[in-house]
Design a protein around this ligand. Structure first.
Ligand code: GH3
Ligand code: MG
Ligand code: MG
Ligand code: MG
Length: 307
């Protein structure tokens, strides 16, 4: 095969081999009420290095997805006893985006609208059964590449490259509340005398501090949106009890005060100042108040929270 058209073959094989390697990180779920089809599809996927789960009905599949939310590819039949594949796809899309969980519809039905129905329900692609094996492999390869690329683009657009926290864009375009009218808690955090950290330990030392502090802040607020706004400034958007929010912020402040960040055999000590507020006002308004409070925290001597 390589000898016949080596340039084209290499161009085809290299991405395929890379794909096979990265498939090791992918979990797939095969949903079909026919044991024969399920085994056949599972075998094809296992040959492509994917870890495979199986279900014989839409409801059973949704349960497996709930237990394994990191499944990245679902291959599903439509006609099944309890819940059909199109309904199941629609339900998957309420919780999992096309970037995170790809769906490939399969159907042996002779209804020519099947492709459109699956795509409208949120499937990434569709194939009629029986399918050609080579086409099936190419589609899987293509779906996973597309999914991984859009996921990467999404992360590049919404996450901070140094710390992995959300960025400013994500902070302003995503809500942490069930409803827009719910009261929101906001905090702005700024590292004290950070310029001095950079001057003393160099920019890489400063970066090490940013990474460590980001992890500490993020770990304390699993249900909030924690973002790096640029420089050494972090913002938290949270919905829930304000007293709990303040208590957690105070915990974070104390934790950061008590630890040192190891860097090249040295230990860097830093503190943070926090401005917090809560209310029904829009985000810009709340941020302005939090920023004023942060300014007061700095004026009052830093390493403290003003609410
Ligand atoms: P204050 O207590 O008043 O906040 O003092 P400060 O020195 O922290 O104040 P300032 O906001 O003026 O300094 C922020 C510094 O953060 C300036 C800039 O060089 C540095 N900085 C911004 N982004 C980065 C980064 O990504 N990495 C590193 N290492 N430093 C950064
Ligand atoms: Mg069926
Ligand atoms: Mg600062
Ligand atoms: Mg600053």
């Amino acid at each position: 095969y390589l000898l016949k058209d080596s340039a084209a073959s290499v161009a085809y094989l290299v991405p395929l081999l890379l794909r096979l390697k990265s498939n090791l990180d992918h979990k797939a779920l095969v949903v079909d009420d026919s044991d024969m089809v399920r085994n056949h599809v599972s075998n094809l996927l296992e040959k492509q290095n994917l870890t495979v789960y199986e279900a014989s009905d839409g409801n059973e599949a949704l349960q497996i997805i709930e237990d394994n939310p990191d499944i990245s590819l679902v291959i599903t039949d439509n006609d099944m006893p309890e819940k059909d594949g199109i309904t199941m796809t629609r339900e998957i899309r309420r919780e999992h985006s096309r970037n995170k969980m790809a769906v490939l519809g399969l159907s042996g039905s002779n209804d020519s609208t099947m492709t459109a129905q699956f795509l409208k329900a949120g499937a990434n692609d569709f194939l009629y059964k029986p399918f050609n094996q080579e086409e099936f492999n190419c589609r899987i390869h293509h779906i996973l590449n597309m999914k991984d690329t859009s996921d990467k683009l999404y992360r590049m657009a919404n996450q901070d490259a140094l710390t992995g926290l959300w960025n400013r864009r994500y902070f302003f375009t995503h809500s942490c509340c069930q409803s827009e009218s719910q009261q929101r808690n906001i905090a702005m955090i700024d590292i004290d005398f950070f310029k001095k950290v950079n001057d003393t330990y160099g920019h890489d030392g400063g970066d090490a501090v940013l990474i460590t502090l980001s992890k500490i802040i993020d770990a304390h607020f699993p249900e909030a949106i924690v973002a790096r706004f640029g420089g050494e400034e972090f913002c938290i958007k949270h919905c829930g009890n304000y007293q709990t929010f303040i208590a957690t912020l105070e915990l974070v402040r104390q934790r950061i005060e008590s630890i040192t960040v190891p860097y090249l055999e040295q230990n860097i000590e830093v503190t943070i100042s926090i401005g917090a507020t809560t209310g029904l006002e829009d985000i810009d308004e709340l941020l302005k108040i939090a920023d004023d409070n942060l300014y007061s925290a700095k004026q009052n001597g830093r390493n403290q929270l003003v609410k």
